[in-house]
Write a protein that binds this ligand. Structure first.
Ligand SMILES: Nc1ncnc2c1ncn2[C@@H]1O[C@H](COP(=O)(O)OP(=O)(O)OP(=O)(O)O)[C@@H](O)[C@H]1O
Length: 245
């Protein structure tokens, strides 16, 4: 198993936020953690990223504990956080520069990926020159270049308008089919979770527990117009019931 989160609990100021969380991500899977705002998604994300310590429980990456060890997984935050004064290329290659690769070599290594990520011709532009969707693609490319076994994406598409978001979902599934980046995706968007994930964990109740786990069969994703199908609606109803909304 790539990632195993076992019996993780965390409180702030004597208030338990997440309780006895168990989840896993297998190699190549896209798994969503779905919960309403304030349910503790970011709290769990920070624990997996090694930025925060749980009160109890363990986090294993490839069978090795990564508790309190930042830098073991790559992550992308809600806001893309590209540096405004660096060109797109210079933003994207940061993970390579951090590992000591020379800028010239980093640019050579990243060059073919600009086309893959739909950023050809924008290498020398600045983040402000890009659309919101392009900025998210650049941030995702930067996350990918961290070259860690697992990527944590915290609501990567939440700041986008509905049409751009839908286009980016299609793009995301295409690129994932090529790069097979194992991903734990945090979202509060039920449709997004259903469209993008192999499996979904629903975070609900107070304190938050994993209240449901839903596998989306590949055949459903492959079907045309999955989003308009009865199966989609049934799964959405189930999640709405899980979330008590
Ligand atoms: N460092 C902290 N100190 C005190 N309370 C905190 C801290 N971090 C988070 N919390 C509390 O934990 C709860 C869960 O917050 P968290 O950010 O994990 O939720 P979330 O599901 O990611 O929400 P959103 O979708 O709005 O980002 C909130 O009530 C928040 O106020």
């Amino acid at each position: 198993m790539l990632l195993q989160v076992e019996h993780v609990s965390k409180s702030f100021d004597q208030k338990t936020i997440i309780k006895d969380i168990n989840l896993h991500v297998a190699q190549g899977e896209i798994v969503s953690l779905l919960g309403i705002s304030g349910s503790g998604k970011t709290t769990l994300f920070n624990i997996i990223a090694g930025l925060s310590q749980p009160d109890s429980g363990s986090v294993l990456l490839q069978d090795r504990s990564i508790l309190n060890q930042p830098g073991q997984v790559s992550y992308m935050l809600q806001k893309d956080l590209l540096m405004p004064y660096r060109t797109v290329a210079n933003n994207v290659i940061l993970p390579l520069l951090i590992t000591g690769i020379k800028k010239k070599h980093a640019l050579i290594k990243a060059a073919p990926l600009f086309a893959e990520f739909g950023l050809s011709g924008y290498e020398d532009k600045y983040p402000a020159d890009l659309s919101g969707g392009m900025r998210q693609r650049a941030a995702l490319l930067r996350t990918y270049l961290f070259d860690k076994p697992l990527a944590l994406l915290d609501e990567p598409f939440s700041a986008l308008d509905a049409i751009t978001k839908r286009a980016l979902h299609t793009w995301y599934l295409d690129i994932m089919a090529k790069i097979h980046l194992s991903t734990l995706l945090i979202t509060h968007d039920i449709d997004e979770a259903l469209v993008l994930s192999n499996r979904i964990y629903v975070l609900a109740n107070t304190p938050s527990v994993i209240s449901d786990e839903i596998a989306i069969p590949k055949a459903l994703h492959d079907a045309s117009e999955f989003e308009l199908s009865n199966e989609f609606l049934q799964l959405k109803r189930r999640i709405i019931a899980d979330l008590h909304i």
